[in-house]
Unconditional design. Structure first.
Length: 215
């Protein structure tokens, strides 16, 4: 296979962008059931994100194919390498067979947090903003109450970041177009859905008046 000068739009941490990719089937067999994808690597070539978003591709021998590929920026912002590759799912990446893999040096910018909206309460806007700029579209924190309803027990003010938090984010800060899609103890909440990156961080404390329900 041959890659012809992939082009990449500006990249923000955690956000979707677009790449234009042109590939040529330089072999003698038709491509079937292949996907264009990518890896994010550090400056030593170590994988940071291995499995990127897929875009199906097929081509006859000698055929060139152009695709617009969705690319999600890595977290956090910084300097990365973006390596494009083709994958035969559950079998191999073509680079593993010796095919050339184009790599682009990319400066990943902080995510634009200007549209962030905090639902249902007031909170530490600077901490929320920092988490959004790190790349997270949805951010939730712990809730400080004198008397805590049972539904809010998982949101006690202790601990730190929890990447496997099993509950909806209550009174979350969300980047558009995300909106609350759930409710916990009468409070707006966002249950993770889709592939937007999210974060629960108990070091971010939300203060509610005890017994007061928020829309």
């Amino acid at each position: 296979m041959r890659w012809l000068a992939p082009e990449l739009s500006p990249v923000q941490a955690g956000a979707l962008t677009r790449a234009r990719v042109v590939v040529e089937n330089a072999g003698t067999a038709a491509w079937r059931d292949l996907n264009i994808s990518y890896h994010w690597l550090d400056d030593r070539g170590n994988p940071i994100v291995w499995d990127g978003i897929r875009e199906a591709v097929s081509a006859e021998p000698g055929e060139r194919v152009e695709r617009e590929v969705r690319v999600r920026g890595p977290i956090p912002p910084g300097r990365y390498r973006l390596a494009f590759d083709l994958v035969d799912e559950h079998r191999f990446w073509l680079a593993e067979l010796g095919n050339f893999t184009p790599e682009l040096d990319v400066d990943v910018a902080p995510r634009d947090a200007s549209g962030a909206r905090l639902f249902g309460t007031e909170g530490d806007t600077e901490r929320f903003r920092a988490a959004h700029e790190e790349g997270y579209a949805a951010v939730g924190g712990s809730i400080e109450l004198r008397r805590r309803p049972q539904e809010l027990e998982p949101y006690a003010t202790n601990g730190g970041r929890n990447p496997s938090f099993a509950h909806p984010l209550v009174c979350p800060s969300l980047l558009p177009p995300l909106e609350p899609n759930d409710e916990v103890a009468g409070l707006p909440a966002w249950r993770p859905e889709g592939d937007e990156p999210w974060l629960y961080d108990a070091r971010i404390t939300l203060r509610l008046q005890s017994g007061r329900r928020r829309r």
